[in-house]
Write a protein that binds this ligand. Sequence first.
Ligand SMILES: [Zn+2]
Length: 177
Amino acid sequence: MARRCCSARRCGSIACAGCAWRYSLHISRRIQAVHPRRLHTVAIGRSTYDPSEFRQKRKSIHNSVAYQRRRCSWWNDFGLWLWLTGDRLVGFAEFGSITPEEFECTFQRHGAVSACPIDIPFVRVEVYRAALMSSPPIAVEHGRYQALRIAIEPVALPVLPISSDTERVVQPMPVLL
Ligand SMILES: [Zn+2]
């Protein structure tokens, strides 16, 4: 049974407008924290509500990015945040160094792809909309409805002061099996 949501005790469900708004603040801050370059709203078609199939889809998308990062370091500053809404995945992509054509070419095997530039101040509203639209929210944890989502953040590039020159070290993404 859903808990009553009030300021003293939030229900924490993304099906609750108040909690979804708070959730959108948390997520939009995480996205802004990576200082995204060339942020876009994106949608990828043909997805599924079946949790096991969704996990497979998430793994497949993760591996697509891992593959591109092994081939070309330009993909290291690419980031992707998606929510399952209806039969599509919607959310954001930080294109960083890659082109819209490279994005489309990589993800079209997962469904019809669309992308549109977005300014940072609008990110929170879009996260809120995606969270509320991600119904039926079937991932239930501790009595809360959780959104089914995919998050692949840009690779942090630690700068190691090993000499008067500096060197960037990039750890490869693991392949999910
Ligand atoms: Zn609530």
